[in-house]
Design a protein around this ligand. Structure first.
Ligand code: SAM
Length: 284
């Protein structure tokens, strides 16, 4: 009999980035003062061939620093969105949608109030890979977990509704490490669709590529690396942009969140710091 492991689809293209994110979470989980604990992250990284080590460290110092900066931002954004989801649950939201869910294991690692339904939306290949690792780990979700295999550039609201999402009650939406992989027009369509499915009281957590990041990190990035696939950055004024879609948003910089979490960035900002890529929003 062919084992589950041998049948497993190999990470490739944009979804391979989700396994890289899991590796970063596994490293954080091993820290004594971890900002979160993600016990499944290591199994995802190992199944994708990224544990114990990832690809060799780049030779040049600047590339190594860029890689460390991306890893740091993943840790901070994970904690930021964990907190946002706890607040959403506390406000009574019982429906969660993770867009571009990748190897996000919040369904398993967080405490959910009774009656919570959590939808994970991604393309079929990462969801299959994830399912095989979850089976191997005998993972048990702490809420009702529903996976929806669909491309977010297509009619995903139809697929989500067919899976049982109810737009009449509030939803907590998370788009973490996703929008940067979509072209700007697709981001705009995605946001319109989210907004159309969001009852009053819905919440949203987004991470946006800060302005200039593609030029600084993506240009010259190793082909096939995450940064080489980045397509869009945040608009000039993300709060106004979201207001236009019916959301009352707050924008937080990585630096401010990192300091609040006891992980201050010691290097001074190289340019004027603007509120940045971590967004929380409430539907009015
Ligand atoms: C960097 S990973 C982040 C995964 C997860 N949100 C996290 O933070 O752990 C980006 C994810 O977005 C998904 N993604 C990118 N473009 C997509 C699309 N057009 N439709 C569905 N999923 C997409 C990828 O498959 C991948 O799992």
């Amino acid at each position: 009999m062919v084992t589950d492991e041998r049948e497993r689809v190999r990470p490739s293209g944009v979804w391979a980035t989700a396994v890289g994110v899991a590796r970063v979470r596994a490293l954080e989980t091993a820290r004594e003062n971890a900002l979160f604990r993600d016990p499944l992250a290591r199994a995802f990284a190992a199944a994708g061939g990224l544990w114990p080590s990832a690809s060799p460290l780049p030779d040049d110092e600047a590339a190594r620093r860029r890689r460390a900066a991306v890893a740091f931002s993943i840790v901070i954004r994970t904690k930021f969105l964990d907190d946002l989801l706890r607040q959403a649950s506390a406000s009574g939201v019982r429906q969660v949608v993770l867009l571009g869910a990748g190897m996000d294991s919040r369904a398993f690692r967080m405490d959910w109030p009774e009656g919570t339904r959590l939808f994970e939306v991604d393309t079929a290949a990462p969801l299959e890979f994830k399912a095989s690792v979850l089976r191997q780990e005998r993972a048990v979700a702490g809420c009702e977990r529903i996976t929806v295999a669909v491309d977010l550039r297509e009619d995903w609201p139809g697929a989500l509704a067919a899976a049982g999402h109810d737009p009449a009650v509030p939803t907590a939406w998370i788009a973490e490490g996703l929008l940067i992989y979509l072209p700007e027009d697709a981001v705009e369509v995605l946001l319109s669709r989210i907004s159309a499915q969001s009852a009053t009281g819905s919440r949203m957590g987004l991470t946006l590529g800060s302005r200039g990041v593609i030029e600084r990190f993506g240009a010259g990035a190793v082909p096939g690396s995450a940064a080489s696939m980045w397509l869009s950055e945040m608009p000039e004024d993300p709060v106004a942009w979201l207001a236009g879609h019916g959301w009352e948003a707050q924008s937080h910089s990585l630096r401010a969140c990192a300091a609040a979490y006891g992980r201050p960035i010691s290097t001074p900002p190289r340019r004027e710091e603007r509120p940045g890529g971590l967004i929380s929003a409430i539907r009015r």
